[in-house]
Design a protein around this ligand. Structure first.
Ligand code: PLP
Length: 363
């Protein structure tokens, strides 16, 4: 494997504009990162503490309760069928899983990973860490006769909030099956559908009863406010999951035991997920209206945690314009060349900060 140079970490380049936003007399409204701000639900904190006396190493595969709870939650919340508990593998958040998945699946030089045109930067990083090539494409026709080793899907999308319909997902899965291509679906925003209902790649309407070649990557960061705990899992094709498990046992990629217990609580508590949705829904309505009333157009954004917004000018000009008002957002260029005229506005700030942003936009 030859590891290729990684790109600079994009958020580091925001330091100067962040300082400008921080100088606003009313303080910064930081909407540049999708980091949760609402407290971790009490039941999850209690679960974490309830096993904190256990001294031994945890299992890489997680507790049996964690695996069955994950299967139950995917079934209840998203209609996932046909998944065996053994085909669930806890991960230390999903960023780690995204960054190492191509490598752990044995991809390397000569392999190609397809990522969305506008994508969470870690898909590219993961391919580069494996020594593989990257193609940005949203449609199969763009790929022509090429046979990639793996395709990343991300619905709802970060950054655009776009939702891929069942038909689209099914076509990708069928195309990939015919060519023995792995489909990895990053579903960390699946609980946050607003104007469209996101569908898992593990839903029977997509996979038609067969999980071979399919992996779904899930995270509790957004649905249960657990970003600080680092809690995610991969589920899908039992053979692929077993392969990942065996490698991860050697590599020491183990989710801490208290976090495993917290995950069980988070995957059980549907009311907490619904309450968190309500908070984001309110923030979304306030911000969307303020942006639209003040010269912004919002593209896609039918689901997820972001408003993909444009003033029809280069992204960095919009970032600077907002920073003058004390609002920090991410330029669309962080996510791919097609993001040149957009900025990504996150819904992850307190109600007070979201209202402050709206007031500044309106004045
Ligand atoms: C599309 C996408 N995938 C994965 C992640 C990683 O989330 P975590 O590592 O907290 O599970 C993020 C984080 O923002 C994301 O936007």
């Amino acid at each position: 494997m030859t590891t290729r140079p990684l790109p600079d970490f994009p958020w580091d380049s925001l330091a100067e504009v962040k300082a400008r936003a921080q100088a606003h007399p009313g303080g910064i409204v930081d909407l540049s990162v999708g980091t949760p701000v609402d407290p971790v639900p009490a039941g999850i904190r209690d679960a974490l503490a309830s096993v904190s006396e256990i001294p031994g190493y945890p299992a890489t595969h997680g507790t049996p309760a964690l695996r069955t709870t994950a299967v139950g939650s995917l079934g209840r919340r998203y209609g996932v069928e046909g998944l065996e508990p053994d085909a669930v593998l806890p991960t230390i958040g999903s960023k780690e899983a995204v960054a190492w998945l191509p490598r752990l699946l044995g991809l390397g030089q000569g392999d190609t990973v397809v990522i969305p045109e506008l994508a969470y930067p870690t898909y590219e990083v993961g391919a580069l860490l494996a020594g593989a090539d990257v193609i940005r494409a949203d449609g199969l026709t763009q790929l022509g006769p090429q046979r990639p080793a793996m395709i990343w899907l991300n619905s709802p999308s970060n950054p655009t909030g776009k939702v891929l319909g069942v038909e689209h997902l099914r076509k990708v899965v069928e195309w990939a099956r015919e060519r023995d291509v792995i489909v990895a679906s990053d579903e960390c925003y699946l609980s946050l559908g607003w104007d469209a209902e996101p569908v898992s790649v593990l839903h029977p309407s997509v996979h038609g009863g067969r999980l071979d070649g399919l992996l779904a990557v899930h995270s509790l960061s957004k649905s249960a406010n657990l970003a600080s705990y680092r809690a995610g899992f991969i589920a899908g094709d039992p053979k692929l999951v077993k392969q990942l498990l065996e490698l991860r046992k050697h590599a020491g990629m183990i989710v801490p035991r208290p976090v495993q217990e917290a995950m069980v609580a988070g995957l059980t508590d549907d009311e907490a997920v619904a309450a968190q949705r309500e908070r984001y829904l309110r923030r979304r309505l306030v911000l969307r209206k303020a942006l639209q009333d003040n010269g912004f157009e919002i593209s896609h954004s039918e689901a997820g945690l972001y408003l993909w917004s444009t003033r029809g000018e280069p992204a960095l000009d919009t970032v600077a314009w907002l920073a003058e008002r004390g609002i920090l957002v991410a330029p669309g260029t962080f996510y791919g060349p097609a993001g040149g005229n957009h900025v990504r506005v996150a819904l992850t700030a307190t109600d007070e900060r979201i209202d402050a942003a709206a007031e500044r936009l309106n004045s």
